[in-house]
Design a protein around this ligand. Structure first.
Ligand code: ZN
Length: 504
């Protein structure tokens, strides 16, 4: 058994989970509702197959052979890095007992159905027993993976390698102290005009505008495509087929186009992974059995938020592109200025729903969820007490009285799927997006390009510094290499402060 055997086995795993991704894309875009049960079996079978291939004896022997072969290779040989990464990820995957894996598969289906019904009926009590079981399973998974100081740490590490709750708490404290006064200041200022966003904007023209800009940003439609869905997402089956979805509504134009640019940001990352990393461990997340080239969930989110918010919600961006939008919608935007449009798409309004939150209040929704997840994992909080704690934190962080559990603790799908520890990656992504964008703008060519609506220099810089590395660097290594330091909320806080100053 040799390194080549290890690579061949890893390529087969990647092929299987790329096929799972494709089945998932189909289920969320094209599949008729009746296909759901059969599709569930197909995904479960292929995911089990990928797990068996990763944790089986043949892979272990291939890795032993590869290790022997590389014994005399230089320390910085990329093959050593690939092998070490595979060993670590397969180790984590192997520590989760098959008893838990199979119970989780059935539990997810039942919990998702119970969650959807509870949300529709505002009946938290009806969902609580399954949620309680799900949280117990998550504590078991955390204990099985092990490591870390806090029981939340192993779960955070599944999505953001190297991160832990202690570091997050330090970041959250800084964000809270900066964001709360900014939110108050923005909320106290006169609300911008938003009436025109409710006018009918024909969807085909919204898509044409959004896609034209996405292509200008660097999303390659020869290796990508856009489809409609309920909850927008990006998914890849190698760098050569990276699909995005959005949800367009005729009467709320910016929702669809900003979601499109968000997903295009994810898509450009996947399309930019070095070709030689295709079908390797550097384009494969073994812990989550997911085909992806991005270094972590947080680093991925940094790329979507960078294009959506740092570029797409800037004053400069609308100074450049509002004319095109108004040419497409002359009647709808006849009485709207470029400045009014920019203000409308940056309006700050504390609300109950995370996915509808503006840039300023978004992280408070994440901090609330993350603190609750940590308390649940530590056993400091029981599921029965969730609605009360949720309401208390919404009052403290956003000054809102939660009217129902549907608009509170029941709004997110994540927990019903067993995703505990993934919420923090949204805030980590926001922070990284500002760090990377600040560094990029130090380049004269990038700054000049942004002023002229030429996004090629920025795209090229991201491709060179972030995209092409795939999963061969950890998020922290990438940040150090590019910015000279680790995760630091200061540039993000500076961006949001500048935004509120411009808006008020
Ligand atoms: Zn995203």
């Amino acid at each position: 058994m040799s390194y080549a055997d290890f690579e061949a086995r890893m390529a087969r795993i990647n092929d299987v989970i790329c096929a799972v991704n494709l089945l998932g894309w189909d289920a969320r875009t094209m599949m008729p509702p009746g296909g759901i049960d059969a599709r569930g079996h197909q995904v479960a079978t292929l995911t089990d197959l990928a797990r068996d291939l990763a944790t089986g004896e043949d892979m272990r022997r291939a890795m032993d052979g590869a290790r022997d072969e590389l014994a005399s290779a230089p320390g910085d040989d990329i093959r050593r890095r690939a092998l070490a990464r595979a060993e670590a990820e397969i180790g984590t995957l192997s520590r989760i007992p098959s008893r838990i894996v199979s119970e989780m598969a059935g539990l997810k289906t039942r919990a998702h159905a119970a969650w959807a019904e509870a949300r529709a009926k505002n009946d938290f009590a009806g969902y609580a027993p399954l949620l309680d079981r799900m949280m117990a399973m998550q504590r078991e998974i955390s204990a099985a993976i092990g490591g870390g100081v806090h029981p939340y740490d192993p779960l955070i590490g599944m999505y953001e390698p190297g991160m832990n709750y202690q570091r997050l708490q330090t970041i959250y404290a800084r964000l809270k102290s900066a964001l709360v006064p900014l939110i108050e200041r923005a909320a106290a200022a006169p609300q911008p005009r938003m009436d025109f966003l409710e006018r009918p904007f024909p969807i085909a023209e919204q898509k044409a505008f959004g896609l034209k800009i996405a292509a200008r940003m660097g999303y390659d439609l020869n290796r990508g495509r856009l489809d409609d869905t309920v909850h927008p997402f990006e998914i890849s089956f190698t760098r050569d087929d990276v699909r995005i979805t959005s949800r367009f509504r005729e009467t709320w134009a910016p929702g669809g186009i900003f979601a499109l640019w968000h997903e295009a940001g994810h898509g450009m990352y996947e399309q930019g992974v070095a070709p030689e990393f295709s079908r390797t461990i550097f384009a494969t997340d073994i812990v989550n059995l997911y085909a992806v080239g991005g270094a972590s969930f947080g680093m991925h989110e940094s790329q979507s938020r960078l294009w959506e918010n740092r570029v797409g919600r800037s004053r400069r961006f609308w100074a450049l592109h509002f004319g095109d939008l108004r040419d497409r919608f002359p009647a709808q935007l006849a009485d709207v200025t470029e400045e009014a449009f920019w203000r409308a798409v940056n309006a700050v309004r504390p609300g109950f729903i995370r996915v509808e939150a503006d840039e300023l209040t978004y992280d408070m929704h994440i901090i609330l969820r993350s603190e609750i997840e940590a308390a649940l994992m530590a056993g400091d909080l029981g599921v029965a007490d969730l609605p009360a704690v949720w309401a208390e934190k919404m009052r403290d962080y956003l000054g809102l009285a939660v009217p129902s559990d549907t608009l509170g603790v029941l709004q997110d799908v994540h927990w019903s799927h067993g995703y505990v520890g993934s919420f923090p990656t949204y805030t980590i992504g926001n922070i990284m997006s500002s760090q990377l964008f600040a560094k990029a703008q130090e380049s004269g060519a990038i700054a000049t390009g942004l002023e002229a609506g030429d996004y090629a220099p920025l795209h090229g810089w991201l491709a060179e510094n972030v995209y092409r590395h795939g999963r061969s660097s950890t998020p922290e290594e990438t940040l150090h290499r590019v910015t000279g330091g680790g995760l630091d909320p200061a540039p993000y806080i500076a961006d949001l402060t500048a935004k509120v100053e411009a808006l008020t």
